[in-house]
Design a protein around this ligand. Structure first.
Ligand code: TNX
Length: 465
């Protein structure tokens, strides 16, 4: 067994195994350097046991392969990597890392590419703040499972977590608390730039989210002129949703939105920004649609594609917009009408399979329950096209796992919510051939790696650890 997660589309063991020669690692890194520099750096961590090498090492760009695709061949005489692009080479190196154990690698051949171009992990740093070192570790975990997007939920009722030069009171007044009475925090402009570079080096793009028009208590606290009532607000430490909204029509609100969206767009390297749109429960549907359509025009005017939560389906969003499905309880008709627009594509984050803030089992002491409990098999056994009502598979370009942090108070609890379920969602996102038995054996092997790395994880009784 090679225990690669997510499993490649095709993988064949060839029998036999080799030591990994330091010379071969060096050669591979040199060959990658000119066309896949990040993969070249990542390969250097594969520690060879000696400096000799008698295998022929090749690493070549092959544009006949599908996007992010790669092939690998490792046998007694050859170490051959081919990739469609830089990302494909990087993923191939991640696979090599997983295939190498204690300086040895079993001989194998594999050919692989992802089904979904967008494979995301969402982290809420608004309810509880997690800073640069923690986010870096989440990026490391995500990219080892070939996720290519980290969605950061940066604002909510409980805190505003990104410095915006034009609106300094956001972080001065609305970032220093969290839901546990802690002192919160925020990402400075330099932190945000650093994290994007860190992520890009691992072929992960950051998708930043500022949530509008609801989930805005913290913003209203910092800038009361954007509220519908000018009330002075205190930090909100509770876990209710849907009670806050900016004034929908005032110039003050739209100047604010222009400032923060403009700043976010200018500082974001990736092609997309997420502007929320969930649970705006104080608005009528008509008010909501008018608001998000204007919000979409603001995003477009700053040259970014828009991602919005599912409630925005059915509104007239700019071409290239993505709608993120999350709540299987919501009205289906907006989704299916959005699906008729060929310009609108979908990300699948069904609450009952991908919401990693949920309990693993009903008896867990922490975690949400509104979508039931989600054990690792529930996170594994689903198909995007089966869970998005009225949306054809061809319109679903992404899968994202979401970690909201109302109940996530420490980094250990954070990883114990992610693991072992994240690799299950990685397989759905990558589109690996489903096989629970194969997956559960591989997952047990990964548990040993997490242990060695000091990563807390949930010991699901569904896995023979
Ligand atoms: C719904 S999902 C929310 C979040 C909560 C989450 C808890 C979504 C778009 N909104 O505000 O944190 O449920 O599971």
């Amino acid at each position: 067994m090679l225990n690669i997660l997510p499993a490649p589309q095709e993988l064949r063991l060839l029998g036999g195994e080799s030591h990994i020669a330091g010379g071969a690692v060096l050669m591979l890194s040199q060959q990658l350097r000119s066309w896949a520099p990040r993969a070249a750096i990542a390969v250097e961590d594969l520690t060879g046991i000696d400096s000799t090498q008698d295998v022929v090492v090749t690493a070549e760009l092959d544009d006949a392969l599908p996007p992010e695709g790669y092939t690998l061949l490792v046998d007694a005489d050859r170490l051959r990597l081919r990739a469609a692009d830089e990302a494909g080479a990087y993923w191939a190196v991640q696979v090599l890392h997983q295939a190498c154990a204690k300086g040895k690698v079993q001989h194998f051949e594999c050919s692989d590419s992802p089904v979904h171009p967008v494979r995301g992990v969402m982290l809420d740093i608004a309810r509880h703040f997690y800073g640069v070192p923690d986010i870096e570790r989440v990026i490391d975990i995500a990219s080892s499972y070939r996720f290519n997007q980290l969605h950061l939920h940066l604002s909510d009722d409980q805190g505003w977590r990104l410095e915006i030069e034009e609106r300094p009171l956001l972080t001065q007044r609305a970032s220093s608390s969290d839901m546990s009475g802690g002192s919160g925090g925020y990402l400075s402009i330099a932190d945000y730039a650093h994290l994007q570079d860190y992520a890009i080096a691992r072929h992960v793009v950051i998708l930043p989210e500022l949530d509008f028009p609801g989930h805005t208590h913290a913003a209203l606290m910092a800038y009361p002129e954007i509220s519908p009532d000018d009330k002075v607000r205190e930090p909100y430490l509770g876990g209710e949703v849907g009670f806050s909204a900016v004034d929908l029509h005032s110039d003050a609100s739209w100047n604010f939105i222009e400032d923060v969206v403009g700043s976010l767009a200018r500082r974001t390297l990736g092609p997309r920004i997420h502007l929320g749109g969930d649970e705006a429960l104080t608005l009528t549907r008509d008010e909501y649609v008018v608001f998000v359509e204007r919000l979409g025009r603001v995003a477009a005017s700053h040259g970014k594609e828009l991602v919005m939560w599912q409630e925005a389906a059915g509104a007239d969003l700019p071409p290239g917009s993505l709608v993120q499905f999350w709540d299987p309880r919501l009205d289906e008709k907006h989704l299916s009408s959005a699906a008729e627009d060929p310009d609108v594509k979908f990300i699948a984050s069904p609450g009952n399979h991908t919401y990693l803030d949920h309990r693993h089992t009903p008896g867990d002491p922490y975690g949400q329950t509104w979508a039931g409990s989600i054990d690792v098999r529930q996170a594994y056994e689903w198909l995007p096209a089966d869970v998005l009502p009225g949306v054809p598979a061809s319109s679903i370009i992404g899968v994202e796992a979401c970690l909201w942090t109302e109940y996530v108070t420490t980094f250990d609890r954070l990883t114990a919510q992610l693991l072992p379920r994240l690799p299950a969602i990685a397989e759905v996102a990558w589109g690996s051939p489903p096989d629970w038995d194969r997956f559960s054996i591989a997952l047990a092997a990964h548990g040993k790696t997490w242990e060695a790395q000091g990563l807390a994880f949930h010991r699901s009784t569904q896995i023979d650890w």
